[in-house]
Design a protein around this ligand. Structure first.
Ligand SMILES: *[C@@H]1O[C@H](CO)[C@@H](O)[C@H](O)[C@H]1NC(C)=O
Ligand SMILES: *[C@@H]1O[C@H](CO)[C@@H](O)[C@H](O)[C@H]1NC(C)=O
Ligand SMILES: *[C@@H]1O[C@H](CO)[C@@H](O)[C@H](O)[C@H]1NC(C)=O
Ligand SMILES: *[C@@H]1O[C@H](CO)[C@@H](O)[C@H](O)[C@H]1NC(C)=O
Ligand SMILES: *[C@@H]1O[C@H](CO)[C@@H](O)[C@H](O)[C@H]1NC(C)=O
Length: 665
């Protein structure tokens, strides 16, 4: 640079400082770059969080998938993490295992295979991750612990990865250990060994999907473990990592984060952590629990997804602000880009990150989210201040010759209705390598050389509507690809389509509860199995179902209504439950545990016979019928006011259901 230009430059900086009193930030690459960016992702599962999405009619289902995965359209996600179903309750339901029993293998259960295929179809580059929350009981050999027989557990997990390739042509890129539970060093090493032995050297290991410790210290201390582990994945890190984690020199990921109600404060939370997980913690991937809120809103953590799609019966879905906040980063980066070393906090609050492809492209993302408008569900957020500020960015090194940057803008308006999300503004001119801008509070900007960002859109989906008041399923039309019947949300046990080919009677196609042993659980599954359906606001309704116990003497089956709870607290579900048993008795209880007994008596029921159960409630009175004949009628306790309908069994046992019907008032 000659002196004259230098003087002019200094003058211009001086003038711009005079004009706007800007804070100055320098973006350069002459002294090397920062860490490699690994992507932003969503987590389906942990558990059953995409349950209702599969049952959307087209074109709405594909539209939701496009908003999530289609590059340069919506969230354009770069990572999809899924649960490796383990037949147990994992937050909002159970997800089926590919091996319910030791001699059983089926790679077409659940919806995660389908979801991964749909994601890959839209973005062939998407990174796929599998992680177990729970395991079928046989894996633990009766113990509620997956590490007792590490050879069994690792080959179970590796079979899922092999099945993904064999049946769905899906290459799983990363596999985890045991979600938010303790890890076992020996197990991790055997997992690495088993992967390698199976020709899966390319599959990398994430550990341990919990806190920074003790995994960081273990990796530092144990070189064999260090070789086995590729990524330290931590949950809800509050944007910080630890000295020990940095010392491992491993990739650091926030492998589960967000979990916040998806209104605009949720969007603010997501904006803040997407930037600051790198700025404060050097984390190079952030994954949202969950991907899409496609589970009944009254289950735990309702609407904690990047968008909401929990009404397959209406087709309504809502593209929430976190989708567009994600786009600010994902549409202008690719995994493999590098962060610049010059990232950080802004002087009057907020943060900025910049990334490059190493070929001259630059994407700069700023966020100025205020404290109260960006609180995440956890951990607690310490107070801080943000105010409007004028900033000047100076582009140096490879970026010095950039003359113009595209601008994408979001601004949350919490007082009025002027929120704008992912709006394409006029490009900024970069004069002599610099540009200035006024950042207001609660804003997100992307300044980028990438020219093909796009705010995708579809016509408005159908209006929101409650679950239909009359509903029937005879399970005769069984989807060839999905194992579960629409709208049933299993909370303990697994209910799947069943075909009895030996007898062409009236019950060839049924729904069958198939878990026969208590799984290696992640939370406190009930001792009974239960699948809920319908509208949690329902009060007066009639539910009826044909049932078939397969367990002689000890079998038991129920239908229920006004069921108030699911998820991790399903054990304490209340409602009105009508049970019949294979020992010839019946019971009416106001709890799933079957201990608050309203009535009991003789029913003459036994295994291997079909019965029709009907349960009706109106106001304070309920009645039960067996094969159309009245069995019981009485007042019901006033605490059971509203809730879902449900079916289930009295223990982990095979039982079939047919001709399910609901009529609500
Ligand atoms: C930014 O600069 C403009 C003038 O260039 C000034 O009007 C405005 O008040 C400044 N904003 C802040 C927050 O300092
Ligand atoms: C996949 O990655 C390659 C290499 O980075 C890139 O050229 C291509 O555009 C990407 N495809 C999509 C759909 O993002
Ligand atoms: C930026 O990326 C685009 C493709 O996304 C490429 O064509 C271009 O050469 C890259 N470099 C610069 C400096 O824009
Ligand atoms: C935020 O600003 C207020 C008012 O100036 C001040 O009292 C408070 O200490 C500040 N808080 C922090 C965390 O800096
Ligand atoms: C299938 O139907 C046959 C004939 O009714 C019956 O004996 C058998 O128990 C049924 N199997 C199952 C698993 O329901």
């Amino acid at each position: 640079m000659n002196t004259e230009i230098q003087c002019l430059l200094l003058l211009s900086i001086f003038l711009s400082a005079l004009v706007c009193s800007c804070d100055e930030y320098y973006l350069y690459d002459e002294f090397g770059l920062g860490r490699s960016f690994d992507g932003i992702g969503g987590l389906s599962g942990g558990g059953a969080t995409s349950r209702l999405l599969v049952n959307y009619a087209e074109p709405y289902r594909s539209q939701v998938l496009d908003y999530l995965f289609k590059p340069k359209f919506g969230a354009s996600l770069q990572i999809l993490k899924v649960e490796i179903g383990g037949d147990a309750q994992t937050t909002d339901g159970t997800e089926p295992s590919h091996m319910h029993y030791e001699d059983d293998e089926n790679y077409f259960r659940g919806y995660e295979w389908w979801l991964m295929s749909e994601a890959k179809k839209r973005n062939p580059n998407i990174t796929l991750i599998g992680l177990p929350w729970a395991f079928p009981g046989w894996v633990g050999n009766g113990e509620n612990w997956p590490y007792g027989f590490p050879d069994i557990t690792t080959s179970y997990v590796v079979s899922w990865i092999i099945g993904a390739k064999q049946y769905h042509d899906l290459d799983i890129d990363y596999v985890g250990i045991w979600n938010e539970r303790s890890f076992d060093t020996k197990y991790i090493k055997i997992l690495r060994y088993t992967l390698d032995k199976s020709g899966l050297e390319r599959v990398k290991i994430i550990a341990s999907d919990s806190l920074w410790e003790p995994i960081s210290s273990s990796v530092v201390a144990d070189s064999e473990l260090r070789d086995a582990v590729d990524v330290l994945g931590v949950h809800y890190p509050g944007t910080t990592s630890s000295p020990e984690a940095l010392k491992t020199e491993k990739k650091l990921w926030s492998s589960e984060d967000y979990s916040t109600f998806n209104n605009d404060v949720g969007g603010g939370c997501w904006a803040r952590i997407l930037n600051q997980n790198y700025v404060n913690g050097r984390m190079t991937a952030t994954i949202s629990w969950n991907l899409v809120a496609s589970y009944y809103g009254n289950l735990p953590f309702g609407r904690d997804g990047l968008m909401t799609a929990n009404e397959p019966w209406s087709g309504n879905y809502v593209v929430e602000s976190p989708i567009w906040i994600t786009a600010h980063t994902t549409q202008f980066t690719e995994p493999g880009w590098k962060y610049l070393q010059t990232v950080g906090q802004l002087m009057h609050g907020g943060s900025y990150v910049a990334l490059t492809d190493g070929k001259g492209n630059l994407s700069l993302i700023t966020e100025t989210m205020t404290h109260d408008h960006s609180v995440c569900i956890r951990p607690p957020l310490l107070p801080y201040n943000v105010s409007a500020q004028n900033v000047t960015f100076h582009l140096r090194g490879s970026f010095a010759s950039i003359s113009e940057l595209k601008v994408w803008h979001s601004k949350f308006d919490f007082k009025g209705d002027k929120t704008v999300l992912f709006q394409n503004l006029k490009p900024v001119k970069v004069i002599e390598g610099s540009f200035s801008i006024e950042l207001d509070v609660d804003e997100v900007y992307t300044f980028t050389t990438i020219t093909n960002g796009q705010k995708g859109s579809y016509p408005d989906p159908p209006l929101s509507a409650p679950f239909p008041k009359t509903y029937k399923d005879d399970f005769d039309v069984q989807h060839p690809y999905f194992s579960e019947a629409p709208n049933f949300a299993d909370q303990t046990g697994v209910f799947e389509y069943f075909t009895n080919l030996t007898d062409p009677g009236p019950h060839v196609f049924t729904l069958r509860q198939v878990v026969t042993q208590r799984p290696v659980t992640w939370v406190a599954d009930a001792d009974q199995t239960i699948s809920v359906i319908g509208d949690h606001n329902w009060q007066d309704l009639m539910v009826s179902c044909d049932v078939y116990m397969e367990t002689v003497r000890t079998g038991g089956v129920f239908i229920a209504l006004r069921v108030d709870k699911g998820g991790g607290v399903v054990r304490s579900a209340k409602g009105i439950f009508f049970w019949v048993y294979a020992d010839g008795t019946y019971k009416i209880t106001s709890d799933l545990r079957g201990i608050i007994i309203l009535a009991e008596g003789f029913s003459g029921t036994r295994a291997h016979v079909w019965y029709t159960l009907t349960l009706t409630v109106e106001g304070d009175y309920a009645s039960a019928e067996l094969n159309g004949s009245p069995l019981w009628k009485n007042e019901v306790p006033s605490e059971s006011r509203n809730g879902w309908a449900a079916i289930g069994t009295s223990s982990f046992e095979l039982t079939q259901f047919d001709n399910f019907a609901i009529k609500a008032e």
